[in-house]
Design a protein around this ligand. Structure first.
Ligand SMILES: Nc1ncnc2c1ncn2[C@@H]1O[C@H](COP(=O)(O)OP(=O)(O)OP(=O)(O)O)[C@@H](O)[C@H]1O
Ligand SMILES: [Mg+2]
Length: 259
């Protein structure tokens, strides 16, 4: 298990835009954290910093006490798996082959290029597919599956990596409410049973309240709330989702009326 430590991180993109402004957070091993915030708040940027897909302009990110840098990028990526909104599967390949690509982080360059997998990898693929309930779909083409099933393949691929951390960037944004519930339940179960640290970016306040141990609220590149679901009251939600320069924001009132 590993903790994630984000220390005074700012991120300025080459075009000059500052997407993160002095963000600090320590994420405990085995915890389930959900990041909420309006579009453009910096949620994806923060998640991408946690596996080295982005580098901070100022500050540092440590995983299990080790600071992320060029030298340990490969090692960190093998321990920190990603789950995406659009699943990022290779559509024409089988479910099992997609899952096996999760093993590539542990393989040599040549093995990766020629998609050579060991028997041990096949055992892992079988195990993780059973875990997400897709044993019978192992040899189906990925693009023949429903969105909910494709996301389960995405999670199986992440699990095949044997990660310490799973980062999920809006994993249910493309799914119907029932599939969303199933995916969130699966992620929560993986956290509880395997002790994997899970960090999820979401737009669904109700799901965040029900599934998270801890909610981090972001607005304009800053953390504006960090607490338990119980602490995320209506005034807190207003702070998270408020829009700059809009005094009486009817849309904000309407959006949060039943949150
Ligand atoms: N490579 C980049 N170059 C310049 N600006 C960027 C880059 N990547 C992101 N941004 C900007 O940084 C801000 C934060 O982006 P980010 O994707 O982290 O937001 P987000 O909270 O994930 O939003 P959403 O909810 O829409 O996914 C946005 O204004 C975005 O346009
Ligand atoms: Mg995003």
């Amino acid at each position: 298990m590993s903790n994630i430590s984000i220390q005074s991180v700012s991120k300025r993109f080459p075009n000059g835009f500052e997407a993160l402004k002095g963000v600090s957070a320590d994420i405990a091993p085995g915890s389930f954290t959900i990041i909420l915030g309006p579009s453009g708040a910096g949620k994806s940027t923060l998640l991408r910093l946690m596996n080295g897909l982005e580098t901070p302009t100022v500050g540092s990110v440590c995983i299990a006490g080790e600071m992320l840098g060029k030298a340990n990028l490969r090692k960190v990526r093998s321990r920190v798996a990603m789950v995406f909104q659009q699943f990022n599967l290779v559509e024409r390949l089988s479910v099992a082959t997609n899952v096996l690509t999760g093993r590539l982080a542990h393989r040599s360059w040549a093995g990766s290029v020629f998609y050579l997998f060991r028997n041990e990898d096949m055992d892992i693929a079988r195990e993780v597919l059973a875990r997400v309930g897709l044993t019978d779909k192992a040899w189906s083409r990925a693009d023949k599956l429903s969105g909910g099933q494709q996301q389960r393949v995405g999670i199986a691929r992440a699990l095949a990596q044997r990660p310490k951390v799973i980062l999920a960037d809006e994993p249910v944004a493309s799914l119907d409410p029932v599939s969303s519930e199933e995916i969130m339940t699966l992620l929560r179960e993986i956290c509880d049973r395997d002790g994997i640290t899970v960090v999820v970016n979401l737009h669904q306040v109700d799901l965040a309240k029900r599934f998270a141990d801890r909610i981090i609220g972001m607005n304009s590149g800053k953390i504006v709330f960090d607490g338990s679901p119980e602490q995320m009251t209506q005034p807190v939600l207003r702070t998270i989702y408020q829009r700059e320069g809009i005094e009486d924001d009817n849309s904000l009132d309407m959006a949060l009326a039943y949150a």
